[in-house]
Design a protein around this ligand. Sequence first.
Ligand code: ATP
Ligand code: MG
Length: 349
Amino acid sequence: MTPILTFFNNRSGVGKTLLVYHAAWMLSELDRTVLVVDLDPQANLTAAFLDEDTLAELWNDQASSSGETIHQCVAPLAQVGDVRDPELRRPSDRLYLLPGDLALSGFEELLSTEWRNCLGSRNLHRAFRVTTAFWQVVRKGAVESGADIVLVDIGPSLGAINRSALIATDFVAVPLAADLPSWRGLRNLGPTLRRWRVEWKQRHDNWAEPDFDLPAGNMQPIGYLIQRHGVRLSRPVEADDRWARHVPAEYSRSVLDDETRAAAADPQADEHCIATVKHYRGLVHLARDARKPIFSLAAGDGALGSHAAAARDAFRDYRTLVENLLRRTHAASAAAELPLVASPPTGPA
Ligand SMILES: Nc1ncnc2c1ncn2[C@@H]1O[C@H](COP(=O)(O)OP(=O)(O)OP(=O)(O)O)[C@@H](O)[C@H]1O
Ligand SMILES: [Mg+2]
């Protein structure tokens, strides 16, 4: 089965969506087929891929009987129906998108109710069908697209939508800002992941004879990505460094539940740091306007002079980032005997 990797931090604005967008494009550049799934009811990732006219059409049609957004796929469960097959968008040859939907927030209450019902003794089929709805839809999308890997973007919350998204995931990468709330936030994030894993197992065990496949709910952390170099222009880099230095130990303690490891004094020397993400400043706006990743910006998009050089550097940075992601999912798959994503390429292009 195709590995599913979710970028998770309940803190808002740490660059999750921008990361998923760029990682997806870079994976397709590296000849991987990738499915991106937008499970954030804010649907910012979807808005990065699709123009406003397309979005207006997509989100207008709440009575739709198609599966053009994640909400349309799971909505029948609120009545007496079952999940619908997703109708994927295809921003490029090797890149597929299962669009998000502002209406998805309306699904949260049903997820909460059925999560409780999974521990009951009656009507377990429905309780588990709802609770695993995202996984069912994502799996169908992965088969339809022939994806090598699925990347999932979720919103900044510890609510029922994200819990369902996480039980559907094999791997978790944690984007962080180099600031105090990000560092301290790991103390909530780590224990929450572990609690969800345990609670899912209790539910899984409660259904002795499931009548459809259920996800394993591994949600295995594969590391963090940290955004440094002055998250806000007004803040000096030293302020970033001050808080970033706390991250390796906190990640080990809170996310990996490992008190024993002597953590590195700096993320750059930490084995759990997947990448340091630069602040791309003006390039982000150019990329948004051009509806392209930063590393594909050309002179015609306004990337001239130093912007052109920065875009080229960004290509190299995101390539390294994605190779690290692949290497880690590959290593973790092998260790856990999960299905393997194709090995990352070695060496530069
Ligand atoms: N590396 C970066 N360089 C420059 N700007 C960035 C970078 N990463 C994110 N941003 C900007 O910061 C803002 C927040 O980023 P993004 O939407 O990716 O965060 P998020 O974690 O997904 O937020 P939310 O939790 O609300 O979904 C956006 O305006 C984005 O363009
Ligand atoms: Mg986001």
